[in-house]
Design a protein around this ligand. Structure first.
Ligand SMILES: [Fe+2]
Ligand SMILES: [Fe+2]
Length: 250
């Protein structure tokens, strides 16, 4: 007879199963995760395998994802609470902006939430590019630069938070200045600019915004591949797979 397990017993059993699985695996981090902590000019030592196998699929420490993951599945299993993006999207909606801008707000920082921070606007634009209107990915790409430059015509100031985070003397790299000059003269400038205006940096930790509030906007404006993100052979499919399986050996 199977006795009922208490919650604690179940947690212990799950932890035990995980540690057994971990004992059978060698999990190696990519150079980009360790650069700085170790010198990437020196080849990474190959850990002794002692008969174990190198991980080539799902990392048992992470929540498993559905076979055909949707955009929302990535929010649920890989992007953390994402309150900042959800609140920005809600603000854009409240301000009566177009669905393109609401969607851009909803996804603009997915690279920070689940992929790579540096140049996050470029990474996020590339991730979503095959699935959204060109204007949406253009806006996401250029919020990277526009965040650093004020625009009085819409009341956008240099964020106080940036002065605090990066110091008062911080000035962006020349390529960011160049991207700003280019974006300023573009027909979609205002789309990217409105993304920065609704990109809340002082967000309310108590606000509750559910992903499901945006089901319709995403349904109408994000071409979810039927094979699932990562499996549709799009130009960014491999990036979604890397987010899903960040520690695969090859
Ligand atoms: Fe951003
Ligand atoms: Fe943001």
């Amino acid at each position: 007879m199977i006795l009922d397990m208490t919650t604690l017993e179940r947690a212990e059993a799950a932890e035990h199963a995980l540690s057994e699985e971990m004992d059978r695996l060698v999990i190696v981090k990519s150079a980009i995760y360790t650069s700085g902590e170790r010198d990437p000019r020196v080849p990474a030592p190959r850990p002794p395998d002692q008969g174990k196998h190198y991980l080539m699929g799902h990392d048992p420490r992470l929540a498993p994802m559905p076979d055909k993951p949707t955009l929302f599945d990535f929010y649920k299993y890989r992007f953390g609470p994402s309150s900042h993006m959800l609140e920005s999207a809600r603000l854009a909606q409240k301000n009566g902006l177009s669905e393109k801008i609401v969607l851009a707000c909803l996804v603009h920082d997915i690279a920070i939430a689940g992929f790579i921070r540096g140049d996050h606007g470029y990474w996020a634009a590339q991730l979503v590019e095959p699935y959204v209107d060109e204007e949406v990915s253009w806006a996401i790409r250029h919020h990277q630069a526009l965040r650093f430059f004020p625009d009085d015509s819409v009341g956008y100031r240099y964020p106080d938070l940036y002065a605090k985070l990066f110091g008062p003397d911080y000035t962006p790299e020349p390529y960011i200045h160049q991207a700003h000059r280019y974006a300023r003269d573009h027909k979609w400038y205002m789309t990217a600019r409105l993304l920065t205006v609704n990109d809340l940096y002082a967000f309310d930790p108590n606000a509750q915004v559910a992903l499901e509030e945006f089901t319709d906007v995403v349904g109408r404006n994000f071409k979810q591949p039927k094979e699932g993100l990562g499996f549709d052979a799009s130009p960014s499919a491999h990036m979604w797979r890397t987010i899903m399986w960040p520690t695969r050996y090859l």
